[in-house]
Design a protein around this ligand. Sequence first.
Ligand code: DX5
Ligand code: ZN
Length: 219
Amino acid sequence: MTIISPSILSADMLNLKDQIKQVENGGAEMVHIDVMDGHFVPNITMGPWIVKSLSKVSSLERDVHLMIERPENYIDDFCESGAEIVTIHQEASTHLDRNIAKIKNNGCKAGVSINPATPIEQIKWILTKVDLVLIMSVNPGFGGQKFINYSLDKIKELNKIRYENGLDFFIQVDGGITNSNAFDVVKAGADILVAGSSVFSSELGIEKSVQLLKNASKA
Ligand code: DX5
Ligand code: ZN
């Protein structure tokens, strides 16, 4: 069963509590929190405070995606604020192994993410230590971009490595996920789909959009 992690980057922040309820009613299991620092990516978003606020109003698993330089400086803060999964970028970590260990020592699940043009080879040696690998299927920084098609080949390659080595990390895919490509992404090996605009900006409404995405991922 595919897990859906709606990204609140595309939510209406002034109605977030209500929108999160709709996400829950639609059957999502997680909530994806996109943290951007204006350095690693050309956009600025939110900090640990939002994770804390979400933990008070929802039992959805808090899935934090750090698109920031020097993530090691913020891991403690996010875990203390109630993050359950903390994902950092390989490209932003000089000491990736140390940073992954730091996330786990804080009692969070640890994820590593790679940008579209970064080869799977770059994270080969950390795969035994992570709980999740996030394959970016758009260049990180903004919601509403188009899915980059070669990401499918990267998901397949990673899924093959996971199978051949008997590993059990989750494969998460983020960027440009819609009802039209969800099935192909899952077929390639994804377990968790992140979706921002296709959930929060759809005219069908949030609850219905989550349901449709869940259905589309099996059909
Ligand atoms: C992009 C973010 C994504 C984004 C996805 O930098 O990491 O999580 O919000 O948005 P959509 O689904 O609209 O591509
Ligand atoms: Zn994200």
